[in-house]
Design a protein around this ligand. Structure first.
Ligand SMILES: [Fe+2]
Ligand SMILES: [Fe+2]
Length: 277
């Protein structure tokens, strides 16, 4: 578990805020950054949950506290950029609205993934998603400060992925969960990535008009996210997911799934755009 002590490597003051260039801000990216700032800010709730699930493993509890601190800092950093891009953005107010509307669907008393290995694999899926998200955003944005933020965040998320993956190998030695069960945990968590939490975050962060509509706000978020994924980023997501499951990460099957996933996302992005979402 060598990555566990490497955390806390930068602070919000290391970001070159003076280089912010308003003329290069993309309004769709602003909406995504705002939503991401709220979700990152929820990390302490997940850390409470993981702390309970791993109550017999103080080294994991300690890790998850440090990890949550990093995620919350991601949220603060993104919120500060969003406020530069849109001075009307009120992070505290958006957090309040998000938390009023959406409760993180976890039971603090027991594991929802069936095993400690499953918990860590599910974390790996989320870190795969966030690392790729910021990588795709860095390749898309023309704004230099957001590019720098995404660079730092993507590398933090990749380190989180490696940390949880390494930890999962330790627990797998005793849990011995089958390939099928690994696929179930990983597949289940992948499906949850497009879940309520992101739709609610998008709604609260962007002060959308009218009542919350899971389908509409989920699609509005998905359209913007799917549109920025480059093929090589999608292929990397699939390779990382294959590795989490325990399958060969660069074989023909992985390549095939990567291409299908890219076609799916591009198709959805176009369809939602045509529908004016
Ligand atoms: Fe993060
Ligand atoms: Fe992370």
């Amino acid at each position: 578990m060598t990555h566990w002590t490497e955390m806390n490597l930068w602070t919000i003051d290391d970001i070159p805020w003076h280089s912010f260039d308003r003329s290069r801000v993309d309004p769709d990216l602003v909406k995504m950054v705002k939503a991401a700032s709220l979700v990152e800010n929820n990390a302490n709730i997940y850390a409470d949950y993981l702390g309970n699930v791993f109550h017999q493993h103080p080294e994991v509890q300690k890790l998850t506290r440090v990890w949550a601190g990093e995620e919350v800092r991601h949220g603060e950093t993104l919120a500060r950029w969003a406020t530069l891009a849109d001075p009307d953005f009120n992070f505290e107010e958006a957090v309040k609205q998000f938390r009023n509307n959406f409760q993180v669907p976890i039971d603090l008393s027991k594991s929802v993934r069936g095993s400690l290995t499953g918990e860590l694999l599910a974390r790996c899926v989320v870190e795969t998603g966030t690392s790729s998200h910021y990588t795709a955003m860095r390749h898309t944005t023309q704004e230099p400060v957001l590019s720098e933020i995404c660079h730092r965040l993507a590398s933090d998320e990749l380190r989180h992925y490696r940390t949880f993956y390494e930890a999962s190998k330790v627990f797998l030695a005793t849990d011995r969960i089958s390939l099928i069960n690994r696929i179930k945990v990983v597949g289940g968590r992948v499906l949850e990535l497009g879940d309520e939490e992101m739709a609610h975050a998008y709604y609260a962060a962007n002060a959308e008009e009218g009542p919350f509509d899971q389908k509409r706000h989920g699609q509005a978020y998905a359209r913007r996210v799917y549109a920025i994924y480059q093929p090589h980023v999608t292929e990397r997501i699939v390779a990382m997911l294959f590795k989490i499951v325990g399958l060969k990460p660069h074989g023909l099957l992985c390549h095939f799934v990567g291409r299908r996933a890219q076609a799916f996302m591009q198709g959805r992005a176009r369809r939602y755009a045509r529908a004016g979402i």
